[in-house]
Design a protein around this ligand. Structure first.
Ligand code: SAH
Length: 218
């Protein structure tokens, strides 16, 4: 491996995401500057850690491009101390960025259905110092994860055929669910905000995610 200037590459990527408007707040900028994306991938992929595109993490899955992580974490309207559910833990990178943005009083529960990926995410998160702030669980999170509900935010990192109904009910009043909805090719990122028993849906733009598998997925 050549000596790579990962901190320099990280600062340049984050500065570019801010200039382009994907990063809008200091909290998200700080979080993306703190989390080392190179530590969530292995082998030759590490060298591409700061290219703004998805990275292969094995088992046919990918970490989203940094601009998509920025879009999603901004769209979540992060605040200190939130309780967050992530569906599709993958490498653990996105969960680490959320954990960093919500601070040590918050908590992320991250569900991953592929056991070796969940184990890898646990290892990556522990090595990066997030073992206390992110709990990785293995299973089908396509309908949500009732065990730790209700949540302030739910962030789904894979594409669903429609907004999973049971997931909406795991939101606290005022809580938000971010979910890519559409076909297996391209989708629309939706933000669903709960107000009492009604749900307000906003279109946050186009996106491309791997499919959400399972009971409420494809
Ligand atoms: N957020 C991840 C990338 C997610 S890729 C990161 O930062 O690395 C999408 C992930 O969703 C894949 O790992 C896939 O296995 C997982 N997934 C798909 N369907 C799922 C389900 N029903 N429950 C939990 N995880 C699921």
């Amino acid at each position: 491996m050549p000596d790579e200037d990962f901190p320099g590459q990280r600062s340049r990527l984050v500065a570019g995401l801010r200039r382009a408007g994907y990063i809008e707040t200091d909290a998200v900028e700080r979080a993306m500057l703190s989390v080392r994306r190179e530590d969530f991938v292995s082998g030759w992929t590490r060298g591409a850690a700061y290219a703004d595109h998805p990275l292969d993490i094995g088992h046919g899955q990918t970490i989203s491009a940094p601009h998509m992580v920025a879009i999603m974490v901004e769209a979540m309207r992060v605040a200190e101390g939130l309780r967050v559910l992530e569906v599709g833990g993958g490498s653990g990178y996105h969960a680490a960025v959320i954990a960093e943005a919500i601070g040590p009083r918050g908590h992320v529960w991250s569900v991953e259905r592929i056991e070796p990926l969940a184990e890898g995410a646990r290892r990556n998160l522990a090595a990066a110092g997030y073992a206390d702030r992110v709990t990785v669980v293995v299973g089908d999170g396509s309908c949500g994860w009732p065990e730790h509900a209700p949540y302030d935010r739910i962030s789904v990192a894979c594409a669903a055929p429609s907004v999973p109904e049971p997931m909406r009910r795991e939101l606290l009043d005022g809580g938000m669910l971010l979910v890519p909805v559409g076909g297996m090719g391209v989708q629309t990122l939706l933000r669903v905000t709960r107000r009492g028993d009604s749900f307000h849906v906003e279109d946050m733009g186009g996106c491309v995610f791997v499919p959400l598998r399972g009971k409420c997925g494809f």
